[in-house]
Ligand binder design. Structure first.
Ligand code: SF4
Ligand code: SF4
Length: 485
């Protein structure tokens, strides 16, 4: 199938070539490339990789520093513990992440895809394993063409060579995938407990199945699917163009400088021969992980990895031409204009991001690590008790989200001379929920109505540097109708 640049696809181009769903995809053999941007990728990739693998081993206050404890419904993120009641914070985080992505994409194009996306980083590791086991591009092509041991003509030294190289590669892939899968589940199960239980053959089926699932997902995504994930599965590739404008950083081939392309001798005067700077060596295509030709223009398959820039710069160096035939640029610059930050979309995304960050910080800083849920006894509205009083029964759920044990005193506001039974402070350990039954008794003659709104108030004193806390939850008190008294 001929590849058609995305910006050239219009109604006239939509023909059977584009919608051939059963096209056999050619395998991409990527040429190894070194250069400025590949070095830059190492500076972004290694900290992310190390962070991913090492973070679950960090301990804070005797627990895993980052632990998404689903059975307990608590998310520990360093010193912060989030509860289901903090769901709004999760929504804020997702919204901030989305607007940060919009802002960065508008400014720097697909820098996320090229330098920080896990799919890109993990695929790079898998490609490295492929290169050290099966060799360079030409060696991998030759190895693929070697007949398999399952065929008569493959039962020779070359056939066995293929088997052990492939075996070693898949062993490395699977090992790294297993490390990834186990680490991922370690964020939910506790990495030390996971490994301890696995070594003792006591790992629950759910934990072992999910570890295996994520191992296989990593092995398949980074080892086998690679660019297909970016091209066919990732939604971000599809809607990124909505965030682009004329000043977004893109990787582009300088057509005016490069064309007409053609081969030539190194010291030949190509301009006199009517040629541009592109020597048509296809190095930029051979290093491209998605198998596209950047000279065809901006394409949605381009993940912004800058392999083609490094490849072309090395060719330009060898030819003695200036670098930058393929480079980071903008559509405005390509059209002869200059870059500007005064763009409505960039400023809009930036302003929205700033407002969200400020609101998020406000919510986080004013968050009260205490919650009180009140449930009325559904069996009886009220009941008479000794002394001519009536009683309503409530179940209180007290959630101590602080990192220390707390003593809370309970009171009631909005009822005439209420009596609480029991009327003693409630002690709740750090990060625990205590459920208690409280009876509220009042004199019915002092109630103005049969249905009175009132507040339960829970307070803790300032102890050991912790702030004094106060939360209140509204409920309703029922008594006899005034006529019935
Ligand atoms: S065209 Fe260049 S930047 Fe885009 S994916 Fe291919 S090598 Fe990477
Ligand atoms: S690497 Fe540069 S010179 Fe070679 S084909 Fe690509 S754009 Fe042309």
């Amino acid at each position: 199938m001929d590849r058609i640049p995305a910006q050239q696809i219009d109604s006239e181009d939509v023909d059977s070539r584009v919608f051939n769903l059963y096209e056999k995809k050619e395998k991409i053999y990527i040429r190894k490339m070194e250069g400025l941007f590949q070095t830059l990728r190492q500076y972004t990739g290694w900290p992310l990789l190390l962070g991913y693998f090492l973070a679950p081993w960090l301990q804070i206050e005797g627990r895993q520093a980052i632990l998404f404890d689903l059975p307990e419904r608590k998310f520990h993120i360093f010193w912060l513990t989030l509860w289901p009641q903090d769901f709004v914070l999760l929504m804020w985080t997702l919204a901030i992440a989305a607007f940060a992505l919009f802002f960065v994409t508008n400014l720097l194009g697909r820098v996320w895809c090229g330098y920080t996306c896990p799919q890109t980083i993990w695929t790079a590791i898998f490609m490295w394993a492929e290169q050290i086991t099966e060799g360079e591009r030409h060696q991998r092509i030759a190895l693929d063409q070697t007949p398999s041991l399952f065929r008569r003509e493959g039962r020779n030294r070359a056939g066995w060579n293929k088997v052990w190289k492939r075996g070693l590669k898949h062993g490395m892939w699977f090992g790294f995938a297993a490390l990834t899968g186990v680490t991922f589940i370690g964020y939910f199960y506790g990495i030390r407990e996971l490994i301890g239980d696995a070594l003792a053959w006591q790992l629950p089926l759910t934990a072992s199945s999910w570890s295996l699932f994520f191992t296989l997902a990593t092995y398949i995504n980074a080892g086998w699917m690679r660019e297909h994930v970016c091209i066919y599965m990732c939604p971000y590739a599809r809607f990124q163009s909505a965030m682009f404008d004329q000043d977004t950083l893109i990787i582009s081939y300088d057509t005016a400088r490069g064309e007409p392309r053609g081969s030539r001798r190194r010291n030949a005067d190509h301009k006199a021969a009517g040629l541009g700077d592109c020597i048509d060596c296809t190095m930029c295509v051979q290093v491209c992980p998605t198998g596209i030709d950047i000279r065809d223009g901006l394409q949605y398959e381009c993940i912004g990895c800058a392999h083609c820039i490094d490849a072309c710069d090395s060719v330009m160096d060898k030819m003695g031409y200036p670098r930058g035939l393929v480079s980071y640029t903008t559509q405005n610059k390509l059209a002869g204009g200059s870059w500007t930050w005064k763009r409505p979309r960039l400023l809009g995304y930036g302003a929205a991001l700033l407002v969200m960050l400020l609101l998020f910080a406000g919510v986080l800083l004013t968050r009260t690590p205490l919650r009180l849920d009140v449930i009325r006894d559904r069996g009886q509205l009220y009941q008479p008790v000794a002394g001519g009083l009536i009683e309503n029964v409530f179940t209180l759920k007290i959630i101590n989200m602080a990192r220390t044990e707390q003593q809370y005193t309970l009171s009631v506001e909005g009822l005439p001379a209420p009596r609480l039974v029991p009327d003693v402070p409630v002690s709740v350990p750090a990060g625990e929920i205590v459920q208690t039954i409280v009876r509220v008794q009042v004199d019915p003659d002092r109630l103005a109505d049969f249905n009175t709104a009132f507040d339960f108030v829970l307070e803790s004193a300032a102890v050991d540097g912790a702030d004094a806390l106060r939360v209140s939850t509204q409920s309703r008190y029922f008594g006899p109708r005034p006529l019935a008294r």
